[in-house]
Write a protein that binds this ligand. Structure first.
Ligand code: HAM
Length: 428
């Protein structure tokens, strides 16, 4: 029978990786609280319509990367490719927008995109997303960026990861419904004579979603776009002011940034601010986090009632790739307090002692298969046990046991009556 393997583009997070994820998640929760974001947990699948209308029919995500299927009731369902559309749906459906004027939300969870898998690009991946719904202030955009960078800085210093300290924050304005059409028009006019020199994907984008041409990685397209018109020059006064205040706020917070006039994002809902945090360490999939403002998205699902919002998402697998070059493994090394070395005759007494210690929150392991003493000590080492508690048959008859310090090899004999208190004081 052939072996069953995991689906291409998915990952198994085994012991060590799972510990790393937990470490990262603890920081994500902690930092989110500091900035007063509250966690939500949403369904992994939604009606397809949510993403089609939210992210945009012409985006790569919706047009070719969604895992969509028809359920038994003949409804079209899609595994969420991102978290913003679902968050907006949930905020409206659960009346969050009526209860608070500003909702600061975060989520950690798996997303699904049928992309060609490669390092840093998977079909199932995890995102840490933050969304601030209800504020139109550029200072909120700055706060979103600051939270992302704060998390990355903390991880970099806790885990001694230099790669994570060298990041590039790129920002841009993509305009609003008033000025975006003027810019699209100018771009279209400028590129008209060279349309047939663009790659086939961009020729299609030219007609359907011209802004996305700016994001093309094809060398021919990059050279055609070298002196392309800039959005900022076509932005309305409101968008210009918003962008200028954002730049000012970042400067005030001592956050370095580069303005990249060609930064457009892969989702259609953005207005005004767009940003990405990039790392050279990631190669072609250089974006570690990305986001921006989406002042028109909520209106689509809210009977036209617009509510301004801004947010971002960070790719957790990409974070793990950068953290490969750090002392993460040492930081998260698992260890147990006590390994109890048992003999056939003493396992009955052993289970009683083990249980009592665990009730006192001491982490204890043993080998009930009772292999040789040598292999039991090897196992104790494998689990990085701080102490071994040896329950030899003669000692047990005497109501005693031996505690061995696994670091120094020092041994002490202890009576059963004082065992618990001696162990607890050693572990203090
Ligand atoms: P996004 O740029 O599509 O934005 O994704 C955000 C991050 O998720 C990326 O920067 C990357 O680190 C990670 N990512 C995306 N696709 C993959 C993949 N196939 N494999 C591994 N990692 C991936 C959004 O999803 C928006 N919802 C962000 C947002 C929130 N904008 C406003 N609010």
């Amino acid at each position: 029978m052939s072996q069953i393997s995991r689906i291409r583009g998915t990952n198994d997070f085994l012991y060590n990786d799972s510990r790393k994820l937990r470490y990262i998640e603890e920081i994500l929760h902690k930092k989110s609280r500091i900035y007063n974001f509250e966690q939500i947990r949403l369904p992994i699948f939604e009606y397809t319509d949510l993403f089609q209308r939210g992210i945009g029919e012409e985006t790569d995500i919706v047009s070719k990367e969604m895992f969509t299927f028809t359920d038994r009731g003949n409804r079209s369902i899609t595994l969420r490719p991102e978290g913003t559309a679902g968050t907006v749906r949930a905020a409206i459906e659960n009346s969050l927008l009526n209860e608070r004027s500003i909702n600061k939300i975060y989520y950690i969870g798996s997303m699904y995109r049928a992309e060609r898998p490669q390092k840093g690009r998977y079909r199932e991946f995890n995102q840490y997303g933050i969304e601030c719904i209800g504020s139109d202030s550029p200072h909120t955009d700055a706060e979103i960026i600051a939270l992302n960078l704060d998390i990355l800085k903390t991880l970099s210093s806790n885990l001694n990861c230099e790669a994570l300290s060298i990041l590039n924050l790129e920002i841009n304005t993509v305009g609003c419904e008033k000025c975006k059409p003027k810019y699209n028009d100018a771009l279209s006019k400028q590129l008209a004579s060279q349309k047939d020199k663009l790659c086939t994907v961009c020729q299609n984008r030219y007609d359907k979603n011209i802004l996305r041409i700016l994001d093309c990685k094809n060398e021919g397209c990059i050279s055609i776009l070298e002196n392309v018109v800039k959005m900022y020059d076509y932005a309305c006064d409101e968008c210009k002011a918003h962008f200028n205040i954002l730049c000012d706020a970042l400067n005030k917070m001592n956050i370095d940034f580069n303005i990249n006039p060609k930064l457009v994002r892969g989702l259609d809902y953005y207005t005004k601010t767009a940003f990405e945090i990039k790392s050279n360490y990631l190669g072609t999939q250089s974006a570690l986090a990305g986001g921006g403002r989406y002042d028109n998205l909520i209106g689509i699902f809210n009977n036209g009632k617009q509510v301004p919002a801004v947010g971002s998402a960070m790719g957790i697998e990409r974070l793990l790739i950068i953290l490969e070059d750090s002392n993460f493994d040492n930081t998260i090394k698992n260890s147990i307090d006590i390994f109890v070395v048992l003999f056939k005759e003493t396992s009955n007494v052993g289970i009683e002692i083990i249980n009592k210690l665990r009730q006192k929150n001491v982490s204890v392991e043993s080998d009930f298969n009772i292999r040789s003493i040598k292999s039991q000590f090897k196992t104790a080492d494998k689990y990085n046990a701080k102490y071994a508690l040896i329950l030899g048959p003669d000692e047990v008859l005497d109501n005693k046991a031996t505690i061995r310090d696994m670091n120094t090899g020092d041994e002490t004999k202890v009576s059963f009556e004082t065992l618990e208190s001696v162990i607890l004081s050693k572990l203090k």
